[in-house]
Design a protein around this ligand. Structure first.
Ligand SMILES: [Zn+2]
Length: 452
């Protein structure tokens, strides 16, 4: 088989996100078959390649990594506008229960399009209800077609209202079926190899919608295959009260009892851990998906991201939602992370470069990957580029083009390359008719609401 080479050259600024945080002027990158072979000043790199991209006028950096999302919620944005988490969920469960296979696929494509255009090259998704025959396979099919690196979580709910849970009985599944389907998905799709485009994750939804037994058995199954696990944890004080009443344990304590800590575990939100829990989560290098927009939208609180990182926890960013965001804008999420840490009174609580580190290296660490999140030889060629001469950056990028990405209004990408393949060129997703996609998405969103 012949190999394919790619050269990106003359980037105004090339941000590597390597350990030394190297930023190059007139930077270039060379990749062969989706793997980076050289990074450096343009003059020092090979000049011949099958595909050459002139990145003059652009900032080039590693693709962003999204660690928490619910693609299907793009169908129910701007609903339950003034509710907290439990009120928001109980409003939306009945709508989500009406989703068809087509609805899941169309919503997945919409979310992935939005992620792609805002700089994301690797994403996780956590869909936890599978109505009307929908399966994780339906999302995988769309992600593979769009060429996005995907950590597909097999979400689940098994404790309905009749058993003391929050969701209605009609949207929960039988636990034996959940576990059997989880095993099928791992065996069919999970790729543990470096450079994998697709990995499976097991993800019981939350302490108030699954049983401790399902948490324990999902973890055991995942660990027997070397697969990672994910759930929502310590998101709201309602959840804390539920766990204390139901289990006599705080959310983090409950998860520790069940073995849900360590390098193969990551939790979404982690807004309300105690000081002792932060210390223990750090010591076990447990992962956290920080979702600032969602935490603000649902009035959940401010996650202690600085303390978690100092303690040793792995922290990345998640757009969550996107009915609690209500967007899938990865660069916007980095901006919100910075602003939310500062609002507590410390203007140095998070720098622009730290926010970008969380969105790249941090996310890669949370997903358990050392082959993405930075631009260096041997790593995956997941690369994005932003034009620096656009309106949003006027008067900003001239002073600091890297900080401009976070301080200025976050724009869409002009260039996105995943595994060495161009997916976005001149701001357009290749192979997707976006107006047609949006029209179908809106029609399905209307149908879901009209059936109420
Ligand atoms: Zn979530």
């Amino acid at each position: 088989m012949s190999s394919t080479s790619l050269l990106i050259k003359h980037a105004d600024r090339l941000v590597t996100m390597d350990a030394a945080r190297t930023e190059l002027a007139d930077g270039a990158l060379y990749a062969v078959d989706g793997v980076i072979t050289h990074v450096g000043p343009t003059a020092l790199l090979p000049q011949e390649a099958d595909q050459i991209i002139d990145a003059r006028g652009m900032l080039v950096m590693p693709g962003l990594v999204n660690t928490h999302h619910h693609f299907c919620q793009t169908l129910t944005r701007c609903m339950a506008q003034d509710r907290d988490l439990f009120g928001w969920l109980t409003t939306l469960y009945p709508l989500w229960a009406r989703m068809t296979v087509e609805a899941v696929q169309v919503a997945t494509r919409t979310a992935l399009a939005e992620l792609l255009l805002t700089g994301c090259t690797t994403t996780s998704d956590h869909t936890y209800l599978w109505p009307n025959g929908a399966r994780l396979d339906d999302q995988i099919e769309v992600a593979v077609a769009m060429g996005v690196r995907f950590h597909a979580a097999r979400g689940s709910m098994s404790v309905g209202q009749s058993k003391g849970g929050l969701p209605p009985d009609q949207v929960v599944e039988d636990e034996a079926h959940i576990l059997a389907d989880s095993q099928r998905l791992i065996e069919q799709y999970h790729d543990p190899a470096p450079g994998a485009m697709l990995r499976i994750v097991l993800a019981p939804c939350s302490p108030f919608s699954v049983s401790p037994a399902l948490m324990r058995e999902s973890l055991a199954l995942a660990r027997s295959y070397g697969v990672h696990v994910h759930t929502h944890l310590a998101e709201t004080l309602d959840e804390e009260r539920y766990c204390l009443a139901q289990f006599g344990r705080r959310p983090v304590e409950l998860c520790e009892d069940l073995g849900w800590v360590g390098k193969d575990v990551w939790h979404a939100h982690m807004v309300h851990p105690s000081a002792a829990e932060i210390e223990r989560l750090g010591r076990t290098h447990t992962g956290v998906a920080h979702c600032p927009c969602s935490n603000m939208r649902l009035a959940s609180g401010i996650a202690p991201i600085g303390a978690l990182r100092r303690a040793g926890a792995r922290v990345g960013l998640g757009v969550d939602g996107s009915a609690s965001n209500d967007g899938s804008h990865m660069l916007g999420e980095a901006r919100q992370a910075l602003l939310l840490q500062r609002v507590q009174g410390d203007p140095a609580a998070m720098s622009a470069r730290e926010a970008l580190w969380l969105a790249t290296r941090g996310g890669a660490e949370v997903l358990g990957r050392d082959d993405i999140g930075q631009l260096a030889p041997g790593l995956c060629a997941d690369v994005i580029g932003y034009r620096l001469d656009q309106l949003a950056f006027a008067g900003g990028a001239v002073h600091d083009p890297v900080a401009a990405l976070v301080f200025c209004t976050p724009p869409p990408v002009d260039l996105s390359i995943i595994n060495g393949r161009v997916r976005v060129a001149e701001g357009h997703i290749l192979g997707l008719d976006l107006p047609v996609q949006i029209e179908r998405h809106n029609a399905i969103a209307r149908e879901l609401a009209n059936q109420m």
